[in-house]
Design a binder for this molecule. Structure first.
Ligand SMILES: Cc1cc2nc3c(=O)[nH]c(=O)nc-3n(C[C@H](O)[C@H](O)[C@H](O)COP(=O)(O)OP(=O)(O)OC[C@H]3O[C@@H](n4cnc5c(N)ncnc54)[C@H](O)[C@@H]3O)c2cc1C
Length: 500
């Protein structure tokens, strides 16, 4: 091929693109500013505890498998996937009883019936719809590059729009099936994965329930970082050079065309194609001069960012019997939760939150007899939090978890604590407003309305990752890599590629 590709950033989108282009025969160099690869799917260790810093839900295994097959690999040669059973546990604030979701239609319907008589049948109908939606999305929408509004509002959307729930809101849609708050919360919590709220998300995202209820929840043994190691290995096996501690300071543009990138130390890496996996706001406003920008500062100011997160990485002195691998706590006032994030940004007084205990499944993530906990509270992006506020909020969260997840004396059991939040996301990943996830997925930031994966001003400059199409999520960023590949090779099909 003899064409050189420089990929800025080794997030999942960047590594995914590196693998595809290297496999096709391009000369690929990945330039990552951090010491670790993987971007937000980062990892760190502390005295026998190994913390996956970002993603922990391995959903939609078929989408990962598709990527591995495309680069000529068997996923089972790289990842040992454990299906979690139960899939996750839900605690409801102020209530003694928790429930488990098993991703087994009969068991889960019975659980629903016990909360709201008759809702088990509705769950079955709902999941049929989300399966349909998932199949249409993955075969006709997600793997397509949109160039004009007519690409999206095509015959299928116009005739089936109602059935595909493109135009209604998630909460309204869910409310037609389930009347009780608890069941609505269960069907809506995945909107947080997309960085949006059920009151804003288009109802087509009910396809998320196909992932957790029908397909099940998985864990790659060794942790999520095993996926990053696999992606690096595949890119390198195909000849890519994957460099860490290599921060790009500038995308060099000559006569409207990029010729490569310049690193902070002054080194020039020449390239025929540049694919940026860095946050799109950062790429556009910090790596390009004004005349080369497709999206102005004003454009970004008007965008709605996905939440940031208040995260605690905790080393716990002993095992915690009340927790399974994935645990969710839902607050009573769901709408206020989302308002605290999107309308009146503040550290939520009564947050919903997530606790991951990977050491329940994977003994290697904590020393013997101890537990590894990852606590995530979604909070507004752009929030400024002092060091004192961080400490006192961490205590508050620990007390809340102790009460609601039945772990008496939790604070005293903590032997290691690291707080990670808005300013860390901003400095570690150049994330706009310190968002954990990037651009939110409301209707006006989805598909045709999401920033495109190529520059309109600079020839041969492309974008990959959560900021462009299809959007947020580990497997979704692998799709974004495929979309760049399609774009560069002029492939306009809507279906996933069968070969490179
Ligand atoms: C806390 C958290 C939990 C999550 N949970 C899940 C989950 O359970 N399941 C799931 O599927 N998804 C989850 N996600 C989302 C998922 O992790 C992301 O959508 C995905 O990893 C983003 O990948 P990306 O390709 O956009 O790259 P990013 O991860 O954004 O990486 C971009 C890379 O570019 C680098 N970079 C930036 N600027 C430069 C520069 N100038 N020079 C060189 N390099 C640069 C950065 O250092 C970074 O490594 C979670 C995310 C977070 C933060």
């Amino acid at each position: 091929m003899n064409k050189r590709v420089a990929v800025i950033g080794s997030g999942i989108g960047g590594l995914g693109a590196a693998g595809l282009f290297a496999k096709k025969g391009y000369e690929v160099t990945v330039l990552e500013k951090n010491a670790n690869f993987g971007g937000r799917a980062n990892v760190f260790e502390h005295e026998g505890f190994r913390f996956d810093m970002g993603p922990s839900w391995y959903l939609a295994p078929d989408l990962f498998e598709h990527y591995f097959n495309l680069v000529g690999e068997e996923i089972s040669d790289h990842l040992e996937l454990a299906r979690l059973e139960p899939s996750y546990r839900i605690f409801f604030k102020g209530e003694k009883e928790n429930i488990d979701i098993h991703s087994n239609i009969e068991t889960d319907s019975a659980t629903f019936d016990a909360i709201e008589p008759g809702s088990g049948n509705n769950l079955k109908k709902y999941l049929k719809q989300s399966e349909y939606q998932y199949n249409v999305a993955t075969q006709h929408f997600m793997y397509k590059n949109y160039d004009s509004v007519f690409d999206f509002f095509n015959k299928r959307v116009m005739t089936e729009g109602q059935k595909l729930s493109v135009f209604s809101k998630m909460h309204k849609f869910v409310s037609k099936f389930f009347k009780t708050r608890k069941l609505q919360q269960i069907m809506e919590y995945t909107m947080v994965f997309l960085g949006t709220s059920p009151y804003e998300a288009p109802a087509l995202y009910n396809l998320m329930s196909h992932m957790d209820f029908n397909q099940g929840v998985f864990y790659p043994q060794g942790g999520f970082y095993a996926l990053i190691e696999a992606l690096v290995a595949i890119a390198e096996k195909n000849g890519a050079e994957v460099r860490n501690n290599a921060e790009v300071a500038e995308i060099v543009v000559e006569n409207g065309r990029t010729t490569g990138v310049r690193l902070t130390g002054g080194e020039f890496v020449s390239a025929d194609l540049v694919i940026s996996n860095a946050d799109m706001w950062f790429t556009e406003t910090k790596l390009l001069d004004k005349s080369s920008r497709t999206y102005s500062e004003r454009y970004w100011r008007k965008k709605i960012m996905a939440p940031s997160a208040f995260i605690l990485y905790l080393g716990i002195k002993e095992k915690i019997p009340s927790l399974i691998h994935h645990n969710l706590l839902f607050s009573k006032d769901w709408r206020k939760n989302f308002d605290d994030i999107y309308k009146d940004p503040c550290l939520p007084a009564e947050p919903s939150l997530y606790v991951c205990a990977p050491s329940v499944t994977d003994a290697d993530t904590a020393p013997d007899g101890k537990e590894n906990l990852f606590v995530l509270v979604p909070i507004a992006s752009g929030l400024s939090i002092t060091e004192d506020e961080k400490e006192s909020y961490a205590d508050k969260i620990l007390d809340l978890i102790a009460d609601e997840m039945r772990i008496p004396g939790l604070r005293e059991k903590v032997e290691y604590q690291r707080i990670y939040t808005v300013d860390n996301f901003a400095s570690d990943y150049h994330s706009f407003r310190g968002s954990a996830l990037g651009l939110a997925h409301n209707l006006w930031q989805t598909a045709i309305f999401r920033p495109k994966n190529h520059s309109k001003k600079v020839e041969n400059l492309f974008y990959v990752g959560a900021g462009t199409n299809p959007g947020i999520g580990t497997q979704i960023c692998l799709i974004s890599a495929e979309l760049v590949y399609k774009r560069v090779h002029g492939i306009t099909s809507a279906a996933p590629l069968e070969s490179l």
